[in-house]
Design a protein around this ligand. Structure first.
Ligand code: NAD
Length: 481
């Protein structure tokens, strides 16, 4: 049996857990168990499924402190952010449980007399889920709860960088009454994800991760499918700062948006698109505050910025910063890895501010996934909108202004799935749809009521109670001759 270890990114010599890599037989077995359990689960009335999901929320809430500590240990988030990760799953359980008593379709008048149409949802069967490491409790909840409500079985492969968090999450599901075998965790690397993607017993794939991996997953699933494939991918999120913005608010938002979770959120603020009139003052104020952020052990309540997930990640981030400088950016602050004294061998990167990026430069177009904020200066509102939209990603954007006309025009013109006004690019709530445009996804959304769509097939039903054959489009229309 091949195994791998998950390690604490702040203390890499500390092993969080050892996990067996699933081979082809283990993936087969997980799909077979999910298939068997799903048949019985699909017969459970939807409100009864919902009650179990509600109970998962209770179990998660009662274990919140322990789960948050595990998220901090394994994913390196500072404790308050780790608590937010778990809270998101608690909130999602409550929301999805409520959906168990909400409308399950639509009703429609029909063309013919004594005939009636309605839609309902049908489970897809077994859903394969492949998840990233950065929201190791919340993201499984976004996928597993709606999938279960819709009557499906689940095989999930969490990131190899956060396997213990997924195990703990699924243990909470089972403790709350989810039937044995309905949700199956398999561990391993990309090849295990690929085995799930191409498994004939898996009808739908729900993937969250980077754009390159998402492309591979979608291509592989279609090769053996078609299958339902939903992709939630990377971001290159931007906040616009107009010349009338409340700069106090912008500074707070920029610090949280760019350096929170060490910049490793799909919605992290990576570009600050600033009106030239306020750029000098804003850069100065962000620098003053950001240099005071404490980088250190995420278990310590006084830490503001924890580690990045691996040494490779720190090296990749640094490579992007060096390239940005080569391309003419000014390094305003940061720009190097650090090793806090209490975290020997840990991978940390200082909050970094770059200025003067051109919108064609590499740093302005590519996801960093680290604590790096690039300031791009613009001359006008139109220039700002075009700069934000000139990017292949389309997840989250923001505008800071007091001008309601500009704010509303931005809402209409920004080509992203999420837009914030006078708030940073992070801060989504679970009852609104979450996801992005362009290369960030393929049209699906998670969370909100739309989150159910990827886990159910729509069934259109016609009831004809006329007692005779009625031909739509023919009987009630003029004959051709
Ligand atoms: P990643 O793409 O490296 O890995 C994601 C998952 O895919 C992991 O479980 C990995 O083992 C698996 N995988 C790798 N190769 C595979 C293959 N060929 N077939 C199937 N599975 C495979 O991403 P990551 O580094 O874990 O996460 C960071 C990325 O995720 C960032 O780009 C971030 O923006 C994105 N993300 C997006 C959202 C969103 O909702 N849009 C949310 C969180 C993270």
């Amino acid at each position: 049996m091949t195994t791998f270890e998950s390690r604490n990114p702040a203390h890499p010599s500390s092993i969080v857990g050892t996990f067996a890599v699933a081979d082809a037989a283990a993936v087969d077995d997980a799909v077979r168990r999910a298939t068997g359990a799903q048949r019985a689960w699909a017969q459970v009335p939807v409100p009864a499924r919902a009650e179990i999901i509600g109970s998962i929320g209770d179990v998660l809430a009662s274990r919140k402190a322990d789960l948050a500590r595990l998220v901090t240990l394994e994913a390196g988030k500072i404790l308050v952010e780790a608590g937010g990760d778990v809270q998101e799953a608690v909130d999602m359980a409550g929301f999805i449980a409520g959906q168990g008593r909400a409308a399950w379709g639509t009703t429609h008048p029909c063309e013919m007399p004594n005939k009636f149409g309605f839609t309902t949802r049908h489970p897809v069967g077994v859903v394969g889920m492949i998840t990233p490491w950065n929201f190791p409790v919340a993201i499984p909840s976004w996928k597993i709860f709606p999938a279960l409500l819709a009557g499906n079985g689940v095989v999930i492969k969490p990131s190899e960088l956060a396997p213990a968090c997924c195990d703990a999450f699924v243990e909470a599901c089972v403790a709350a009454g989810v039937p044995a075998d309905l949700v199956n965790v398999v561990h391993g690397f990309g090849d295990v994800g690929a085995a799930i993607t191409t498994h004939p017993g898996v009808r739908a794939i729900s993937f969250t991760g980077s754009v390159p991996t998402g492309r591979r997953v979608a291509a592989a699933a279609m090769e053996v499918g078609p299958k339902l494939v939903s992709l939630e991918l990377g971001g290159k999120n931007a906040a616009i700062v107009m010349d009338d913005a409340d700069l106090d608010l912008v500074v707070e938002g920029a610090l949280f948006g760019a350096f929170g979770t060490s910049g490793q959120r799909c919605t992290s603020t990576s570009r600050l698109v600033v009106h030239r009139a306020v750029a000098d003052e804003l850069v100065e104020r962000i620098t003053a505050r950001a240099t005071a952020l404490r980088v250190g052990d995420p278990m310590d309540a006084t830490t503001d910025v924890g580690p990045v997930i691996t040494a490779e990640s720190a090296a990749r981030i640094h490579g992007m910063v060096e390239r940005a400088i080569d391309e003419g950016n000014t390094l305003v602050m940061g720009g190097h890895a650090v090793e806090p004294s209490e975290c020997e061998g840990g991978s940390f990167y200082t909050p970094t501010l770059l200025r003067g990026a051109h919108r064609d430069s590499y740093i302005a177009r590519n996801e960093v996934f680290g604590p790096v904020l690039a300031v791009l200066e613009v001359e006008s509102f139109d220039d700002a909108i075009e700069t934000v939209n000139d990017c292949e990603y389309g997840l989250s954007s923001a505008i800071y202004t007091h001008d309601v006309n500009l704010a509303m025009q931005a809402v209409h013109r920004l080509d992203t799935g999420i837009v914030y006004v006078n708030a940073p690019t992070i801060g989504a709530e679970i009852h609104l749809p979450f996801g992005g445009n362009k290369h960030t996804g393929n049209g699906y959304r998670e969370a909100g009521t739309r989150g159910l769509e990827q886990f159910s097939e729509t069934k259109s039903v016609y009831i004809d109670y006329s007692g005779r054959l009625q031909k739509a489009q023919i009987d009630n229309r003029e004959a051709l001759s």
